[in-house]
Write a protein that binds this ligand. Sequence first.
Ligand SMILES: [Zn+2]
Length: 293
Amino acid sequence: MLVTLKEILSKAEEGNYAVGAFNSPTLESARAAVEAAEELQVPIILSHAEVHFEITPLEIMGPILVELAKNASVPVAVHLDHGSDLENVKRAIDIGFSSVMIDASHMSYEDNVKTVAEVVAYAQKRQVSVEAELGMITSSGIGGEETPGGEHHMDGDAADFYTDPEVAKDFVERTEIDALAASFGTVHGIYLKEPNLDFARLKSIYENIQKPVVMHGGSGLSEEEYVTAINSGVRKINYYSYSAKAGAEAVKEYIDSHPNHFYHDFAVVAKEAIKRDVKRAMEIFSYKHKAVR
Ligand SMILES: [Zn+2]
């Protein structure tokens, strides 16, 4: 069933777990996430990132995601990832998205507040949830470049972009967002070096804002890192690069081991590999794996 981000995250807040948000630029990635969630009976967020509109346009992928969500046996929020302006937010809401992210993190602080507040005013009237970003989540440069502010690679000091917990409090109060994308050491794309997450910062952001924190660049971390992040206030984990890589590796293996190739077989092989990968992530995020141990 289609639900809002606010609703899905408030339940996660009560249960102290996180909900995975899976970018779905193709039918295979979307179906993999929904099937895995239904088998585990956990809620999920299906996202379409603005930078992926060139893979599948919003007007084509959006209605598919909304339809998949409506027909799912678990709660599903349909979310715009890293929206750059009110125009794209409006397009997503018109299609039926229940949640949007406005990323104005590359702007000055006051402009970020103003842009986000405008989006919240528009979305709230339509019962749509809003996520915004403060500080900047950088990119490794391999996969996952999804921010409207351009690419911010790790060659500089990523800590310069970390979210300030005091400013976060002011930001959330003034914008009335439902969830905050915070920068505390995760990186978009494939990790080129071991991530070093600032959990103390995350915890104080969460205590200051009293709202769900969103982890971007959330694939490729250890189980322990996920659990610590969840216990420190992370309620939404954006998970994409590593599942997309798993799909590609499975296709390559299939090509290497089969003499004849038909494109539809690649789609099936990729979907199954993505499903295995996201299912493992969902088990960790929802703590379901603890019960079977
Ligand atoms: Zn992101």
